[in-house]
Ligand binder design. Sequence first.
Ligand SMILES: CC(C)(COP(=O)(O)OP(=O)(O)OC[C@H]1O[C@@H](n2cnc3c(N)ncnc32)[C@H](O)[C@@H]1OP(=O)(O)O)[C@@H](O)C(=O)NCCC(=O)NCCS
Length: 159
Amino acid sequence: MIRPVIAADLRAFHAVMMAADMDPRSSWNRTTLEGLEQSLFAPGLGGFVAVDGGKVCGCVGFRPDGEDTLTLNKLATLPRYRGQGIGVALVRAVEQFASERGFGRVLLAVSQFNLEVVPYYERLGYVQADEIYAFASPGSPVPVVLVKAIQSPLQKVVT
Ligand SMILES: CC(C)(COP(=O)(O)OP(=O)(O)OC[C@H]1O[C@@H](n2cnc3c(N)ncnc32)[C@H](O)[C@@H]1OP(=O)(O)O)[C@@H](O)C(=O)NCCC(=O)NCCS
């Protein structure tokens, strides 16, 4: 089941991120509980969790960058839950949210230390873009930016 993240999920969300086995050089591994709380629960920000039998097994966050762009961040699935479509379902949840709220696109950044995940997003329709990531970690190498156009629900009815 995919549902919006709530405050009580904070530790479990963080634990899923820390279990992702990211490259130690990535700023991902320096995410603190306090930093995560600020990036999920301020007005306009949020995320989703995947839950299996009450256990959080996947997570994703989002954050607007202007009126047209919703950025997707912190996508992770616990290793033993991978390959079951949970990651795709979490990405779709953010895309659905973006569509409902009238964002024209979803944008995400992939760390230079995690480039093997780029084809994963490309399979989901994301295209590399020569853009600056607004929320890049200071001191980290410039990430790869990927973008996907999102149809509004109205456009879907019309087309
Ligand atoms: C990336 C990640 C979230 C994918 O989660 P997941 O739940 O395994 O994803 P799904 O099960 O929805 O994957 C769907 C498909 O993508 C494929 N896939 C998974 N990782 C891939 C990769 N790196 N490149 C290309 N395809 C990939 C799966 O094999 C699966 O293919 P199939 O449907 O043909 O079997 C997970 O591997 C993870 O947590 N990685 C560590 C954290 C991370 O890198 N996050 C991204 C930060 S930008």
